[in-house]
Write a protein that binds this ligand. Structure first.
Ligand SMILES: *[C@@H]1O[C@H](CO)[C@@H](O)[C@H](O)[C@H]1NC(C)=O
Ligand SMILES: *[C@@H]1O[C@H](CO)[C@@H](O)[C@H](O)[C@H]1NC(C)=O
Ligand SMILES: *[C@@H]1O[C@H](CO)[C@@H](O)[C@H](O)[C@H]1NC(C)=O
Ligand SMILES: *[C@@H]1O[C@H](CO)[C@@H](O)[C@H](O)[C@H]1NC(C)=O
Length: 457
């Protein structure tokens, strides 16, 4: 639902970067192999890797090592306006493990919450899967399934180990925007359905206009522009709760927004994207014993998550009609939980009928249907989406929307309010970062392909 980025601050660091490319450190993407599977012919390994998002990177002068951005403020002389800033500043390569706590071995990727590097303290991270050094891997998942293993045993309340797809450009906007010289190799071009306005460069220009440093996040701020696109959240979770959520937009590629189009504040339902999405969380949908520590899907150890994108005619060109979920743990296939909410049918997947029924029952505005529902999600999936893996804490809502009761001004007995067992006082980023700095999530064994080809019954 909310993707606010915690950025690292370089206090002493003398490195340089903007939308140009810096030369202080070579950019070496950690390898993370995945498998492509087909019915009858098994799975084949693909040699992919990951790139860290540009927002986390050191931004410094192209000619030297002066910071263009420090903490949550821009250097006014290097960045007097969006274009000059993009010309003056460069993004550099990074030390994935030492600075950002990102490690990969073969087919497994681990993201750590707090990393004390030589020059900075980093919080969380967001990486994209790369087909090669300069291009994001594009996924076309209609009439296909997507599978991965997750270990969240070390991921407590307030954190979100997320695996999701967004409709970014394959080259990170390099060819569309001449001021963007860095491209996908340096993790540029992010967008999602929250139209985040904490992104430092959008469309190759710095987001310096009307920049306001965050009041509670020393590493983040917000500018005049946001960056919007459809988003398929396969997995947003910690060891107390999990949700999968489709979010659609009326724009059909990465799009810069301003004003009410961004859907900020009172304009939440007036923006180009559906910020609420249509979500399936087993706990929220009434099965409180399904997923968690020691529950049917036991988050105290690793398990497999399968997501199937079903089309009306069982072809890759058909209309998306259903998103199904299956779990596998300790060799046992576990079908998704069924809805257990008074007056609702016992749905066990996301369909337009489920979404409409859920919105009506919970009294939520149906901004998903208003922007085209599952058919629109299907259009994004056929165009191709980029895989994002991230770990974050929530400076806006303490992740209560995922793992606790939300919103807090409604009675907990109102259907849809209870979402997990975490305390309503949990998830405050300063608490999580100081009390559980070594929290981490591991994603592994990513596979995609024909329905039924990525896991064994
Ligand atoms: C990543 O994989 C490539 C082959 O695809 C290999 O050449 C390279 O050495 C690997 N990098 C690391 C850091 O292991
Ligand atoms: C990287 O992958 C993309 C998409 O598969 C391809 O179009 C491009 O030619 C590749 N580039 C290199 C340098 O291999
Ligand atoms: C699609 O496949 C499902 C499951 O195999 C089957 O039940 C359904 O009848 C098929 N639909 C069409 C239109 O072929
Ligand atoms: C209830 O809380 C939500 C989320 O915090 C907020 O958007 C909404 O305006 C509040 N409603 C009332 C009636 O205070």
């Amino acid at each position: 639902m909310h993707h606010l980025v915690a950025l690292l601050s370089f206090s002493v660091l003398t490195v340089v970067c903007g939308q140009q490319v810096g030369t202080q450190m070579a950019e070496t993407h950690p390898n993370l192999s995945i498998q492509k599977c087909a019915t009858g012919s098994g799975c084949q390994i693909q040699s992919t890797s990951v790139a860290l998002d540009a927002n986390w990177r050191w931004l410094h002068t192209t000619s030297g090592t002066t910071n263009c951005y420090t903490g949550n403020t821009w250097d006014a002389s290097l960045c007097p306006d969006p274009v000059t800033c993009a010309e003056n500043c460069a993004l550099d390569g990074v030390d994935y493990t030492g600075t950002y706590g990102i490690t990969s071995t073969g087919s497994a990727l681990t993201l750590k919450l707090v990393t004390h590097g030589p020059y900075s303290t980093n919080i969380g991270s967001r990486v994209y899967l790369m087909a090669n050094d300069t291009t994001y891997q594009m996924f076309n998942l209609k009439n296909q399934e997507f599978t991965f293993d997750v270990d969240m045993s070390n991921l407590p309340c307030g954190l979100n180990g997320a695996l999701y797809f967004v409709e970014m450009d394959a080259d990170g906007g390099l060819s569309k925007y001449p001021n963007n010289k860095a491209g996908a190799k340096y993790g540029t071009g992010y967008c999602d359905s929250q139209c985040p306005n904490d992104i430092k460069f959008i469309n190759g220009e710095a987001n310096v206009l009307d920049w306001v440093p965050s009041s509670n996040d020393a590493n983040s701020g917000t500018g005049m522009y946001g960056t919007c696109c459809s988003e398929m959240d396969i997995w947003e979770a910690n060891n107390n709760a999990a949700a999968y959520t489709a979010h659609v937009c009326t724009v059909h590629s990465q799009t810069r927004c301003s004003g009410s189009d961004c859907g900020d504040g009172d304009d939440r339902y007036n923006g180009v994207c559906d910020k609420d999405g249509c979500d399936f969380s087993s706990y929220r949908m009434g099965d409180t014993s399904f997923l968690g520590m020691g529950k049917t899907v036991d988050t105290s150890s690793k398990f497999t998550v399968v997501t199937q994108f079903i089309t009306a005619d069982n072809t890759t060109t058909g209309t998306l009609t259903e998103i199904r979920r299956i779990y596998v743990q300790n060799g046992k296939v576990i079908q998704n939980s069924k809805v257990n909410i008074p007056k609702m049918t016992t749905y066990d997947s996301v369909t337009d009928v489920f979404c409409n029924d859920q919105k009506t029952t919970f009294g939520d505005p149906n901004s998903f249907e208003a922007r085209g529902g599952l058919a629109t999600m299907g259009q994004a999936l056929s165009k191709g989406m980029v895989l994002v893996l991230s770990l974050w804490d929530d400076y806006a809502d303490n992740m209560l929307w995922l793992d606790s009761d939300y919103p807090l001004n409604k009675s907990i007995s109102t259907p849809g309010v209870a979402r997990g067992t975490c305390a309503t006082t949990s998830g405050v980023p300063s608490d999580v970062e100081s009390q559980n700095p070594d929290s981490s999530v591991t994603f592994s064994n990513i596979k995609f392909g024909d329905i039924g080809s990525t896991y064994t019954l």
